[in-house]
Design a protein around this ligand. Sequence first.
Ligand code: HEC
Ligand code: HEC
Ligand code: HEC
Ligand code: HEC
Ligand code: HEC
Ligand code: HEC
Ligand code: HEC
Ligand code: HEC
Ligand code: HEC
Ligand code: HEC
Ligand code: HEC
Ligand code: HEC
Length: 263
Amino acid sequence: MKRHQTKQLFFSVLIFCALLFSASSLFAAPMLSIDDCIKCHALQPNEIETAGAAHKEQINCLDCHVGHRPVSPDNIPACAQCHEGTEHYALSNCMSCHNPHQPLNVVLEGELKAECLTCHVEQNAQLVANPSMHTEVSCNFCHADTHGNIPDCTACHEPHSAEMVQKDCAVCHAAHQPTVLEYPDTTQNLLCAACHDTAYDQLLATPTKHRSVGCVECHASKHKTVPQCADCHGMPHAAGIHAKFPQCGDCHNTAHDLNNLSK
Ligand code: HEC
Ligand code: HEC
Ligand code: HEC
Ligand code: HEC
Ligand code: HEC
Ligand code: HEC
Ligand code: HEC
Ligand code: HEC
Ligand code: HEC
Ligand code: HEC
Ligand code: HEC
Ligand code: HEC
C-alpha cells in the first residue's frame, strides 16, 4: 500500500464510523436538522409547505420543536411561548381552532361567541342592542365551519314571495339586527307587495297621480311609517272646507285610490 492509499482508507473508515455513530445516536442526541424531519414525518412538513403562513415564512420546525424524543420527551411548544398580550391569546385551547402547521385554516366547532368577540365587537353590539332570535344563537350557527363564511338568509328562511331572491333581503334587513326594518328610497313596490297585495293592487289600479308615487316615498325609511297628507300637500282647500271636514279621507278615501278621482 502506498502512503496516500493508507491515508484514504483511514479517512474512509473514519467517515463510515462517523455515519454509523450519527445514525445510531439519532434518538440519543438532539442533532436533528430541519431537513431530517421529512425523512420520518411526511404530514407536517407538507402542511407547513402548503399552508404554513407565518409559521413557514418566519419560523421553522426547530423554533417550535426543541429536541426530540426520547431525549426530550415533550417537544411540543405552548402557543404562549410566542403569542401573548392580547385578549385573543388569553383564550384556552388554541388547538381547537388552529392547527399549528396550517395556522390560518381555522376550523370552527362547537358553539362559539366569546371567542369571536376577541376580535369582532361591533356585530355583537348590534345583536345585543336589538334583541331578536339571532341574538340567541352562536356566531358559528350562521358563520359555520371555516372562518369568514357568510350564509345566505335563504339557506334558513323562505323569501316572502316567489319574486323575491336572496339579494333583496338586505334591502330591508341586516343580519345582526333583523327586526330593525329600514329600507332605502330606491325600494321597489313589488317587494312591499309580497305582504301588502291589496295596497299594491289598489295603487296599480288607480288612475290618479299617486299611481306613480313609490310606496317608500310616502312610507319612508322605516317600516310602518304612515305620512300625513299635509306633509306633502299642506292644506290645499279653503279653510272653511278643512274645518268642516277635518279628514282628507272624508272626500278622498285612501291615499291608495283617492276615490279614483279623475280630473
Ligand atoms: C428517524 C425518524 C425521525 C426523524 C428524522 C424525526 N422524527 Fe420526529 N418522531 C419520530 C418518531 C418515531 C416519533 C414518535 C411517533 C409516535 O410515537 O407517534 C416522533 C415524534 C415526533 C413528535 C411528537 C412528539 C410527541 O411528544 O408526541 C414531534 C413534534 C416530532 N417528532 C418532531 C420532529 C421534528 C421537528 C423533526 C426534525 C427536526 C423530527 N421529528 C425528525 C421519528 C423521527
Ligand atoms: C408554530 C410552532 C410549530 C411549528 C413551526 C411546527 N410545529 Fe409541529 N407541532 C406544533 C404543535 C403545537 C404540535 C402539537 C399539535 C397537537 O397536539 O395537535 C405539533 C405536533 C407535531 C407533530 C406530532 C403530530 C401528532 O399528531 O402528534 C409532529 C410530528 C410535528 N409537529 C412535526 C413538525 C415538523 C416536521 C415541522 C416543520 C416542518 C413542524 N412540526 C413545525 C407546533 C409547531
Ligand atoms: C416559536 C414561536 C411560535 C410559536 C410557539 C407559535 N407561533 Fe404562531 N406565529 C409565530 C410568529 C413569529 C408569527 C408571525 C408574527 C405574528 O403574527 O405574531 C406567528 C403567526 C401566527 C398566526 C398568524 C399566521 C399568519 O400568517 O398571519 C397564527 C394563527 C398563529 N401564529 C397561531 C399559533 C398557534 C395557535 C400556536 C400554538 C399552537 C402558535 N402560533 C405557536 C411564532 C410562533
Ligand atoms: C374559536 C376559535 C379560535 C380559538 C380558540 C383561537 N383562535 Fe386564534 N384565530 C381564530 C380566528 C378565526 C382568527 C382569524 C384568522 C384570520 O384572520 O383569517 C385567529 C387568528 C389568530 C392569530 C393571527 C391574528 C392575530 O390576531 O394575531 C394568532 C396569532 C392566533 N389566532 C393565535 C391564537 C392563540 C395563541 C390561541 C390560544 C390562546 C388562539 N388563537 C385561539 C380563531 C381562534
Ligand atoms: C384573531 C381575530 C379574529 C377572530 C378571533 C375572529 N375573526 Fe373573523 N375576521 C378577522 C379579520 C382580521 C377579518 C377580515 C377583516 C375584515 O374583513 O373585517 C375577519 C372577517 C370575518 C368575517 C367577514 C368575512 C367577509 O368576507 O367579509 C366574518 C363573517 C367573520 N370574520 C366571522 C368570525 C366569527 C364567526 C368568528 C368566531 C368563530 C371570528 N370571525 C373570529 C379576525 C378575527
Ligand atoms: C343559519 C340559519 C339562519 C340564517 C342564515 C339566517 N337566519 Fe334568520 N333566523 C334563524 C332562526 C333559527 C330564527 C328563529 C326561528 C325563526 O323565526 O325561524 C331566525 C329568525 C329571524 C327573524 C325573526 C327574528 C325575531 O326575533 O322575530 C328574522 C327577521 C330573520 N331571521 C331574518 C333573517 C335574515 C334577513 C337573514 C339574512 C341576513 C337571516 N335571517 C339569516 C336562522 C337563520
Ligand atoms: C343569523 C345568522 C348570523 C348570526 C347569528 C351572526 N351573523 Fe354575522 N353575518 C351574517 C350575515 C348574513 C352577514 C352578511 C351581512 C349582512 O347580511 O348583514 C354577516 C356579516 C358578518 C361579518 C362581516 C362584516 C359585517 O358586519 O357585515 C362579521 C365580521 C360577522 N358577521 C361576525 C359575526 C359575529 C362575531 C357574530 C356573533 C356575535 C355573528 N356574526 C352572528 C349572519 C349572522
Ligand atoms: C321590502 C322589505 C323586506 C324585504 C325585501 C324582506 N323582508 Fe323579511 N320582513 C319584512 C318585514 C316588514 C317583516 C316583519 C313582518 C311582521 O312584522 O310580521 C319581515 C319579517 C321577516 C322574518 C320574520 C317573520 C317571518 O316571516 O318568519 C323573516 C324570517 C324574514 N323577514 C326573512 C326575510 C328574507 C329571508 C328575505 C329575503 C329573501 C326578506 N325577509 C326580505 C320586510 C322585508
Ligand atoms: C314580510 C311581510 C311584510 C313586508 C315585506 C312589508 N310589510 Fe308592511 N306590514 C306587515 C305587517 C305584518 C304589518 C302589520 C299589519 C297590521 O298591523 O295589521 C305591516 C304594516 C304596514 C303598514 C301599516 C302601519 C300602520 O300603523 O298601520 C305600512 C304603512 C306598511 N306596512 C308599509 C310597508 C311598506 C311600504 C313595505 C315595503 C317597503 C312593507 N310594508 C313591507 C308586513 C310586511
Ligand atoms: C309623499 C308625498 C305625498 C303624500 C304623503 C300624499 N301625496 Fe297626494 N300627491 C303626491 C304627489 C307627488 C302627487 C302628484 C302631484 C303632481 O303630479 O302634480 C299627488 C297628487 C295628489 C292628488 C291629485 C291626484 C291627481 O291625479 O290629480 C290628490 C287628490 C292627492 N294627492 C291627495 C292626497 C291625499 C288625500 C293624501 C293623504 C291621504 C295624499 N295625497 C298624500 C304626493 C303625496
Ligand atoms: C270636502 C271634500 C274634500 C276634502 C275634505 C279634501 N278634499 Fe282635496 N279635493 C277635493 C276635490 C273635490 C278635489 C278636486 C278639485 C278639482 O279637481 O279642482 C280635490 C283636490 C285635491 C288635490 C288636487 C289639487 C290640484 O290642484 O290638483 C289635492 C292635492 C287635495 N285635494 C288634497 C287634499 C288634502 C291634503 C286634504 C286634507 C287636508 C283634502 N284634499 C281634503 C275634495 C276634498
Ligand atoms: C301617496 C302616498 C302613498 C303611497 C304612494 C302609498 N301609500 Fe300606503 N298609505 C298612505 C297613507 C296616507 C296611509 C294611511 C291611510 C290613508 O289615509 O290612506 C297609507 C296606509 C297604508 C297601509 C295601512 C293601511 C292599509 O291600507 O292596509 C299599508 C299597509 C300601506 N299603506 C302600504 C302601502 C304600499 C305597500 C304601498 C305601495 C304599493 C303604498 N302604501 C303606497 C300613503 C301612501
